[in-house]
Design a protein around this ligand. Structure first.
Ligand code: IPD
Ligand code: CA
Ligand code: CA
Length: 268
């Protein structure tokens, strides 16, 4: 059953990707959502309009949470989580690290997820119990065994930047690892943990649409996703800690230690 959902998510993500690529090559109409760095483009909106209408056509009655606000609440146990363009700041600066992220959950259980970077034609997919794949080939998390030999990634919020504690975490983790990348697309960051390009990821304040597909990818690729206390990650929680599993406890201990000095809002 979940395979049909995944096929739909893949088809829709790839079509939406065409909308993004068309916009990417032309002049961009960039607007601001309140705060000075919270950007939105016509591409975010056009992509979401397409995704929501196609989901409604294929799965009438399913609920949809979509970042630009055009989804809908219904009584259905099935809910799609849609980020029509993750990495908008990159997109607006012509840095080709952006994607479409689409996932389906049945109540609290993620069933299927697709993340598609249309610039590089990179497609990450996962269906519950069926594994995760990159461009159709099975993927697994990395085997890097220690934090000191790991490559991590993180992200910084576009809202309330001044009260984000993440610069402290960024500094500490940078000194304890081979490095920490900051690529500007949480969905692709998580997909890269699933495929072994990165060994771990953490971030504060992400929304369900940023992480739903990526969380399923990591779980299906053999990794682990939790909060800083090590409890299983709940969609929309204020903190996410994801890894290949092997370095999870080390990452968690470092994060907990930092959070005693620099509290992570609502994380412990
Ligand atoms: C953002 C990206 C970024 C993360 C921000 C998100 P958007 O999503 O995922 O990597 O650090 O917290 O808001 O706005 O480009 O969809
Ligand atoms: Ca977005
Ligand atoms: Ca996003």
């Amino acid at each position: 059953m979940s395979r049909n959902y995944l096929q739909a998510a893949v088809e829709i993500a790839q079509e939406a990707g065409k909308i993004l690529i068309e916009a990417f090559s032309g002049p961009l109409d960039i607007r601001y959502k309140g705060d000075e760095v919270d950007l939105v483009t016509q591409a975010d909106k056009r992509s979401e309009q397409f995704i929501v209408s196609r989901l409604n056509e294929y799965f009438p009655g399913h609920a949809i949470t979509a970042e630009e606000g055009t989804g809908q609440d219904t009584a259905s146990a099935f809910r799609w989580h849609v980020d029509p363009l993750d990495g908008t700041t990159n997109f607006a600066h012509h840095y080709p690290c952006f994607c479409v992220s689409i996932a389906l959950a049945e109540r609290d259980t993620l069933l299927a997820g697709a993340i598609f970077n249309p610039y590089y034609n990179e497609l990450y997919t996962a269906a519950r119990g069926e594994g995760a794949a990159f461009n159709g080939r099975k993927i697994a998390v990395s085997k890097v065994p220690t934090l000191s030999t790991s490559l991590l990634c993180t992200g910084f919020p576009v809202r309330n930047r001044r009260i984000s504690p993440n610069l402290q975490y960024y500094g500490e983790f940078t000194q304890r690892t081979h490095g920490v990348r900051r690529d500007g697309s949480a969905a692709l960051d998580l997909a890269c943990v699933a495929s072994g390009r990165f060994d771990g990821f953490w971030e504060f304040g992400l929304n369900k649409w940023d992480v739903a597909a990526g969380v399923l990818l990591i779980e299906e690729a053999g990794g682990k996703v939790s909060d800083f206390a090590g409890e299983p990650y709940q969609l929309g929680a204020p903190v996410i800690l994801a890894s290949n599993g092997l370095i999870h406890e080390e990452m968690r201990q470092v994060a907990s230690e930092i959070s005693r000095r620099v509290p992570a809002p609502g994380s412990l």
